[in-house]
Design a protein around this ligand. Structure first.
Ligand SMILES: Cc1cc2nc3c(=O)[nH]c(=O)nc-3n(C[C@H](O)[C@H](O)[C@H](O)COP(=O)(O)OP(=O)(O)OC[C@H]3O[C@@H](n4cnc5c(N)ncnc54)[C@H](O)[C@@H]3O)c2cc1C
Length: 347
């Protein structure tokens, strides 16, 4: 039986450590408890917020509804062929522990996504990505429950409509499903993806080195290098509350990019297949002078300007006020609009 707790403080369940209350909170450990919680919300006409590790949300205020903490557990290989193994993980599994488990059982492809905080179930929401790999390259399908009807639904990788930090769950399927498990297609052989300069540096590879040297790395060595780079650059939410990158890298058209590059020859950019150019939001913010800035409880991380931290455990409003100031300053300096990466609640 699920236990519904009223007026529940969510401070230790979001990595920005924002103090805000849920009208009701429930931790669900079984499929039946998910259905029971949905029925509870339906009877009271409450909106439902599925919560994983709370590492990609900003609580702007108390949540007037039911926060459903997804604690479903279990990992199992479900199919295999000569090259691949399909592994299913329940939504409440910790993402990093799942990646490590896959390495341990000889299933490869997720190593570049090591140490991303949060749960397996939240990973498809923004198509998590890091160091040249995105979830969409490995997701085979996912199972979900329709919040309104309680009925089960399966999404294929294609129906998830993945894009950069984006999926159908941020658009037409937003707030409509509880993801209960995700199935990944993983390789039996290691295929290193080592394009990122910081990763190459960590592995002591030449900046544009050749494939033969790269082929010698084990998946665990690659994971360890990713972990080392991340630990050096990103603040640990356990000691410095934060939600990782606070802004998405903006995409601009070729003409806008050319004009910017003329003004800022060292602007960091990633050309896209469709002719547009992705700019490094961290570079824009850094160059606008925000790195290390502190305003009361909240701050811009001193090592990485893309990360807003909450050392004083301030309110969601103070975090969002700083984000707003940064957005306006970047727009006035470069004419580029930044978009928030974490989801703000209540909407
Ligand atoms: C230090 C740090 C570094 C980070 N680095 C990266 C990075 O490199 N790459 C990257 O992509 N992200 C990164 N993130 C962001 C974050 O880790 C990911 O977005 C992660 O997938 C969020 O997982 P979570 O369980 O904490 O989600 P939560 O914050 O709990 O939820 C995020 C969203 O997903 C929804 N959700 C959660 N679980 C479910 C479910 N089971 N069903 C339906 N909806 C659900 C929530 O309702 C919410 O809208 C970083 C965050 C931090 C704090």
């Amino acid at each position: 039986m699920a236990l519904f707790l009223p007026e529940f403080d969510l401070q230790r369940f979001n990595t920005l450590a924002i103090a805000a209350r849920a009208q009701f909170y429930v931790a669900v450990t079984t499929h039946d408890e998910v259905l029971e919680a949905l029925a509870f919300a339906r009877e009271r006409q409450l909106p439902v917020l599925p919560l994983g590790g709370g590492s990609n949300i900003v609580l702007a205020d108390n949540y007037p509804g039911l926060v459903m903490h997804i604690k479903l557990r279990g990992i199992e290989p479900v199919a295999e062929d000569a090259q691949s193994v399909w592994v299913r993980a329940a939504a409440g599994e910790n993402w990093h522990e799942f990646v490590q488990h896959c390495l341990m059982i000889g299933c490869y492809g997720l190593e570049n996504l090591s140490l991303i905080p949060g749960s397996v179930g939240a990973a498809p929401i923004q198509n998590i990505g890091a160091y040249g790999v995105e979830l969409q390259q490995r997701l085979s399908e996912l199972s979900a429950v329709d919040i309104r009807s309680g009925l089960p639904v399966t999404f294929t990788a294609e129906s998830c409509n993945f894009a950069y930090r984006d999926s159908v769950f941020k658009h037409s399927a937003r707030d409509r499903y509880i993801i209960t498990s995700v199935t990944f297609k993983l390789d039996r052989a290691v295929r290193p993806v080592l394009d990122y300069p910081s990763l190459r540096q960590q592995l002591q590879l030449e900046p544009d080195g050749g494939a033969p040297a790269e082929a010698h790395f084990s998946a665990q060595q690659i994971a360890d290098a990713v972990i080392a780079v991340r630990q050096e650059k990103l603040p640990d939410p356990a000691t410095t509350p934060n939600a990782g990158s606070f802004f998405k890298n903006p995409l601009v058209d070729a003409a806008t990019f050319a004009a910017l590059q003329q003004r800022y020859p060292d602007i960091v950019s990633y050309p896209q297949a469709d002719g547009r150019v992705k700019l490094a939001a961290g570079w824009l913010i850094d160059r606008a002078g925000w790195r290390g800035y502190r305003a009361g409880d909240v701050a811009v991380h001193s090592e990485q300007a893309l990360v807003i931290t909450n050392p004083g455990r301030g309110s969601g409003a103070s975090v969002l006020a700083l984000a707003d100031e940064i957005t306006r300053s970047v727009f006035s300096q470069y004419g580029v609009t930044l978009e928030l990466e974490p989801r703000v609640y209540p909407a």
